[in-house]
Design a protein around this ligand. Structure first.
Ligand code: ADE
Ligand code: ZN
Length: 348
């Protein structure tokens, strides 16, 4: 009987223990849950059916996606809605080998609609607690500032977050990139770092390599989210390699938002070959058609990645996380144990 080598590799990639480090919780709102919450909260939707929603998910760039993504968030009103959203993600992530997740949330998308910060963070946090207890997924929360809004609004959001400081691991920067450079948020990041929050930032998705330099030098970002445009600047690549600064790459997102014309033209493989600490993540899986293992599978097929590349990407995901050194070691041991199973050895 013929072996299904691609299928074997996909299964291997799905079950590999991994961390997910670039995931917007609002981007996990699947159309069926969107309809359920719209009904529960009596929020009108501009779609007639789940199929209608899926048909609307054709994007020409980041902004065309963000317009639809923010509109979808309008169904999220109560603490239980944020719980249900987060729990749905965690159950999917568990089935894709995720052992640890560092999750973005966008409080301003909700507080600007009159939803209390407390409802947002309490619902998410309660689900993360349950994810730890029932699914054995550890997690951290990263509060993102919407970069198209003002620095004062970001500072106010950071202030609003302080009563929940213990529940938050870091701060991030997302939304419309071009025209909103990291330098705009320097003062907010200074304050966030003073409170011990770990800084990351989206940069070099649609924006130029200069934004990655700013994220590193002005915001002191410990990871760059996306960062794929770094390969346009050899000096920047040399620095990222030298300092092993992680890049949280999201291949399916990059194709859906037309950062690359196709997955075959994605630079992930070249990044790995160059020694960059690249990881694979799903970004907004409900909108881009795949969760983290789906991203690994699609990238492997398009870029001819092999078993060793998938192991490297899983290893990078833990190395790039904010887990303690002891926790990293434990996950890397589990990963080696998984990859060494004799029944999985024949996968090419
Ligand atoms: N918010 C949600 N997904 C995003 C992305 N890929 N880039 C910037 N902001 C986002
Ligand atoms: Zn993102």
């Amino acid at each position: 009987m013929m072996r299904d080598v691609a299928g074997d590799l996909a299964n291997f990639g799905r079950d590999l223990p991994k961390a997910e480090l670039h995931l917007h919780i609002e981007g996990t709102l699947e159309p069926d849950l969107m309809f359920e919450l719209a009904h529960r909260n009596a929020v009108p939707l501009p779609y007639a059916s789940v199929e209608d929603v899926r048909r609307a998910y054709v994007f020409s760039d980041l902004q065309s996606f963000l317009d639809i993504y923010y509109a979808g968030c309008r169904v999220l009103l109560r603490e239980q809605d944020f719980y249900d959203l987060t729990w749905a993600y965690l159950t999917r992530a568990a089935a894709q080998g995720v052992r640890h997740a560092e999750i973005f949330f966008d409080p301003q998308t909700h507080t600007d609609r009159g939803v209390a910060f407390e409802a947002v963070i309490t619902g998410i946090h309660r689900a993360l607690d349950d994810g730890h207890d029932r699914l054995d997924i550890s997690s951290g929360l990263i509060l993102c500032f919407l970069r198209h809004l003002s620095v004062d609004a970001a500072m106010q959001t950071l202030t609003d977050a302080m009563p929940y400081r213990e529940w938050i691991l870091g701060v991030g920067l997302d939304s419309s990139e071009v025209g909103h450079p990291p330098s705009k948020f320097r003062t907010v990041y200074d304050r966030a770092r003073e409170t011990g929050l770990l800084p990351v930032a989206h940069a070099g998705e649609e924006g130029p390599p200069a934004y990655i330099w700013e994220a590193l030098d002005l915001l002191h970002a410990r990871r760059i989210d996306h960062g794929v445009r770094c390969t346009e600047d050899a000096r920047l690549v040399a620095r990222l390699v030298e300092e092993q600064i992680p890049l949280t790459v999201c291949p399916m997102s990059n194709v859906k938002l037309r950062v690359f014309p196709s997955l075959r033209q994605h630079n992930l493989k070249r990044m790995l070959e160059r020694g960059l600490l690249a990881t694979v993540n799903s970004d907004d899986p409900a909108y881009f058609g795949g969760y983290v293992a789906d991203n690994l599978e699609a990238a492997a097929a398009a870029l001819e990645l092999g078993r060793e590349d998938l192991i490297l990407l899983a290893r990078n995901s833990f190395m790039a996380s904010f887990l303690s050194e002891g926790e990293k070691r434990r996950h890397l041991n589990d990963l080696s144990g998984f990859a060494d199973q004799p029944s999985l050895k024949t996968t090419s």
